[in-house]
Design a protein around this ligand. Sequence first.
Ligand code: URA
Length: 450
Amino acid sequence: MASIPHLIKKKRDGGALSDEEIRTFIHAVSNKSIEESQTGAMLMAIWMKGMDQQEVVTFTREMMSSGEVMSWPAEWAGLIVDKHSTGGVGDKVSLVLAPALAACGCKVPMISGRGLAHTGGTLDKLESIPGFNVHQSSAQILEILRSVGCCIVGQSETLVPADRVLYAQRDTTSTVDSLPLIAGSIISKKGAESLSALVLDVKFGRAALYEDLSAARELAQLLMKVGNALGVHTAALLSRMDAPLGRCVGNSVEVIESLETLKGNGPDDLMELVTTLGGLLLKMTGLVSDLSEGRRQISDAVIGGAALAKFQAMLQAQGVANETARSLCSAHSDYHSVLRKSEHQMQLKAPADGVVLDVAALTLAEVLHKLGAGRSRAGGPVNHSVGAELLVSMGQRVRKGESWLQLHYEAPPPSLDQISRLQSALTLGSHDALRSHDTPTLVEELLLPH
Ligand code: URA
């Protein structure tokens, strides 16, 4: 068996590692028989020299096999689905999509993440609901899927332990942004869920991992190839991430917007993404024969209240008191009787008359992160009540002095610099500018498996 220094040297010099060599490396990572410096050196060699497709598939399969691989009852064959997003601002799709898919007959063991850099995390959002428990064992997940049809949980200790080690070391060795490492990390966890179908929401734009559409497409194509090679029917869409998705950015404010969406009052962009991702998954499972029928079924599940009923049942199954879940999901909920409201609110005013041409998601997210909506250190707390709500929409005409953003914050108040950064997120133009300004499409491309 090749020694670890030999494997590092081979990759450093641009060679392709064999299946056996990749297995040796991942085993050493999992059973902790490798030095941290060696793992770091290998990660940097992979970052610099890349991996061919065969290497990425083997790397991902070995990562997946480093821990528990879930198994499901035979009668669910073909129905186990999940989605992954590369991270956005105001992206609350999972909170609506998981229960909508369950209402359409799918089983959704959704394993989600926490906020990363300026992007929000589904688990952080859900934890703003008192009692919601993201830690569920495999036996509990099975039981929730049996009784409800969907759950949203964190990665357990036993699922892809090699990723835990590599992910932490990528962070400290500046090797996060490597296509093979990203693909291995994302798809190994989806493979360990033993999914029938997976849909990827790969973002591009000013607030996305990749600003450029072609770079996002390259990542999507690699993720699809690796997912399909591991036996998970995988599709992707490329969606724009320049302005926030929906109107709210934060944690509890996004839970409220998700609940409003599940009550039929959702913003158009969020509904478009939910119905497209869900419609694709319904088509891939064979529950519908074409995408438009899939979109219609997902939309009906949301508008008609079936998805809301699943969401309420999921909250209860994941530890939320029945009365709390009922209150949040009732038609005229007083959300703040359950979800803590921030101590302070402030409204930002439009500096001039004009038409809203842009709201920069990245700027909003970065300031909110600093105000406590995100973590200042790994494992640190988030303040669930900090967030912002857009009071205007794209293309809307506003008057000087009209409120355009409601900010929810806690002491200390935002600095003058932070307020001026928030103000700079708003771009106003003339009506003529709006006419010459094409409304960008949200979903730019669908990439379907052959
Ligand atoms: N999400 C993951 O789980 N891993 C990555 O590398 C990037 C995003």
